[in-house]
Design a protein around this ligand. Structure first.
Ligand SMILES: *[C@@H]1O[C@H](CO)[C@@H](O)[C@H](O)[C@H]1NC(C)=O
Ligand SMILES: *[C@@H]1O[C@H](CO)[C@@H](O)[C@H](O)[C@H]1NC(C)=O
Ligand SMILES: *[C@@H]1O[C@H](CO)[C@@H](O)[C@H](O)[C@H]1NC(C)=O
Ligand SMILES: *[C@@H]1O[C@H](CO)[C@@H](O)[C@H](O)[C@H]1NC(C)=O
Ligand SMILES: CC(=O)N[C@H]1CO[C@H](CO)[C@@H](O)[C@@H]1O
Length: 561
């Protein structure tokens, strides 16, 4: 571009922006987007709304984000990388990231990744390597086209470039538009995407009544791993699947969006100006969007699975008929159940035994009285071509001295610990050192295995091997409660706490990590008994071996992997 052309374009960029660029004196106007209030939309009043400079009260629509939320393009670092600066000083929860680097990597015909990072300091990123090919050659054709705001190579420090937003074209259609109202702070990131298709699927784990999202319900759903079986509300269930599929038109042309983030998050699926829209909010990490384009939903799912890694091919028998329950009282009861099932002509390939077989529900033990001949049961089932599978919990009873697996685990230091020693509670159990003590099925407090450590994998494998031999070599193992789940966190006591003992529970300390300024819809759900992020799971101020960056509020993210 010749210099005159450059200045002409520059002038065009700046003309509409002058009021905002002149020290932010312009009156903030509301946008169509709701303001994310920690107490939820129902808590909106002019006073609550007024606490956030990024929000503005409207008489018709309640508390809305203002048009001053977002970033401007400062300069193009390369053809596919832009440096952004925050547009104004308005904020939701403070500690906004001032300069963002957005990097677009076009991996192949169907896959593109768009990552927004803090340009000035490192933040936690999900320690998961995606299977993506190196960037495609520029001449290689792609099914999509990413449109970034065209940016000058350099602007003076006092002038700002165009507001940042982007769109992605799929064939002739704009499949996705990322709106300019991007919020990015230490413990809160929000972005809204407009989508061409009305048929949206995926995201969770939540209790959806039907597969297709109901845009008109405009519901907000939390995502956070913890031990919660399906109920009837909008609660966060066991797993984390931040993947959205949008079918764009009647031909089946589709777009997939992986929102790669493992912090506590939520999403809202709704209609904006008649288009399908999704808002993602998360409490930390980075904004990392991996997009998949295909001519059909199947093609998109194939790309997605190639990217995150294909599942293990399970044993053929594992696809068969399986019987499981909590509460078998003895080996005899299991035998009777199997016999009854076979007599009724019901096929049976796998028979489970839950933690009932253990001695006091402790991993790697067998209750001598009722399950003494567990190994014979396993062998007899094998003769019938039925595969035995045993349950385990990733938590060990703290009965030091009388429970060798625990002793060996402590020797190898494999348990989840407090973030720092000043967080160790005053009533810490004897022998529990710097570990986090919780409670599950045993009559003792428990220590949680930190599977991020290689030492933990070795120790666990070794215990499984020792135990498996003595249990007759069952074919299957089921690790339960590994979200991880903890009973009664922050409550007076867990529901199954021994009545003979004084009340106790794992109580998380109060701090910015355990109680982020925007704790997501998870804590507002009626299933949330303690009203905190750690409800039914462990605290956020804990440490796994993969010691992350503390300020990123992402220690909890280890939970979801
Ligand atoms: C779907 O969109 C593509 C353009 O992206 C168009 O060629 C095709 O005809 C559309 N199909 C239907 C059934 O609308
Ligand atoms: C929605 O429509 C209004 C009026 O046409 C327009 O000003 C606004 O920019 C639209 N919003 C989005 C997100 O496209
Ligand atoms: C321990 O961690 C908590 C939570 O992050 C923090 O508030 C506290 O200052 C830390 N204490 C020390 C001694 O580092
Ligand atoms: C652990 O539980 C057993 C009963 O199963 C009990 O006898 C023992 O005192 C408990 N130990 C601790 C440290 O709580
Ligand atoms: C069922 C229940 O106790 N729900 C609580 C979840 O947390 C909120 C506070 O954030 C409480 O108001 C609810 O009562």
């Amino acid at each position: 571009m010749s210099p005159p052309q450059f200045y002409l374009r520059l002038a065009l960029y700046l003309t509409p922006l002058l009021p905002a660029a002149r020290g932010g004196q312009a009156r903030a106007a509301p946008t169509e987007l709701e303001c994310p209030l920690p107490g939820g939309a129902r808590s909106a009043t002019p006073t609550v709304c007024g606490q956030f400079t990024a929000c503005v009260w409207t008489d018709g629509d309640g508390c809305r984000l203002t048009d001053r939320v977002g970033y401007r393009v400062q300069r193009a670092v390369s053809r596919r990388q832009l440096l952004l600066t925050k547009s104004s000083d308005v904020t939701l929860f403070g500690e906004d990231v001032q300069r963002l680097m957005v990097t677009v990597t076009e991996h192949d015909r169907q896959r593109v990744r768009i990552v927004f990072r803090d340009a000035d300091r490192q933040r936690f990123e999900v320690p998961l390597r995606l299977n993506l090919p190196p960037p495609r050659h520029r001449r290689q054709r792609a099914e999509y086209r990413v449109h970034l705001p065209s940016a000058p190579a350099e602007l003076g420090p006092d002038v700002s470039g165009p507001p940042f937003s982007l769109s992605v074209q799929h064939g002739r259609q704009t499949a996705l538009r990322l709106l300019p109202q991007l919020s990015y702070s230490d413990q809160f990131i929000e972005t809204t995407l407009l989508l061409a298709g009305e048929h949206l699927y995926g995201m969770g784990e939540n209790n959806h009544d039907r597969f297709r999202h109901d845009l008109d319900a405009a519901a907000t759903w939390p995502i956070f791993a913890r031990g919660r079986p399906p109920g009837d509300g909008h609660e966060a269930l066991y797993g984390v699947h931040p993947f959205l599929l949008a079918i764009e038109n009647a031909s089946g042309k589709s777009l997939g969006v992986l929102f790669l983030n493992s912090n506590a998050m939520e999403y809202k699926v709704f209609r904006l100006n008649g288009s399908a829209a999704v808002t993602f909010r998360t409490t930390g990490g980075v904004l990392d969007l991996c997009l998949f384009f295909g001519r059909s939903p199947l093609e998109v799912l194939r790309q997605y699975h190639l990217t995150i890694g294909l599942p293990e091919l399970p044993s053929y028998w594992a696809l068969g008929f399986q019987l499981s329950r909590f509460g078998y009282r003895s080996v005899d009861e299991v035998r009777r159940t199997v016999a009854r099932t076979r007599a009724a002509g019901i096929p049976l390939d796998v028979q489970y035994v839950d933690v009932d077989y253990m001695d006091g529900r402790r991993d790697f033990t067998v209750g001598k009285d009722k399950f003494g001949d567990l190994s014979r049961l396993v062998a007899d089932l094998r003769k019938l071509d039925i595969h035995a599978s045993l349950l385990y919990d990733p938590s060990l009873a703290t009965d030091f001295g009388r429970y060798p697996p625990l002793k060996r685990g402590v020797a190898r230091d494999v348990f989840v610990r407090w973030w720092n020693d000043s967080l160790i509670p005053e009533d810490q159990c004897a022998g529990c050192r710097h570990y986090v003590a919780g409670y599950l099925w045993t009559r003792n407090k428990t220590l949680l295995v930190d599977f991020f450590q290689e030492a933990a994998t070795h120790w666990w494998t070794d215990e499984m091997r020792r135990f498996s031999k003595s249990a007759g070599g069952p074919e299957g193992f089921w690790i339960d409660m590994n979200e991880p789940t903890n009973f009664g966190t922050n409550l007076e006591k867990p529901f199954n706490w021994p009545s003979s003992l004084p009340a106790w529970s794992l109580k998380c300390p109060v701090n910015r990590l355990d109680d982020p300024p925007y704790p997501t819809a998870h804590v507002r759900d009626t299933s949330n008994k303690s009203g905190r992020l750690s409800d039914r799971t462990i605290c956020m101020t804990e440490q796994t071996h993969q010691r992350c960056i503390p300020r990123a509020s992402s220690i909890a993210s280890a939970q979801t992997l």
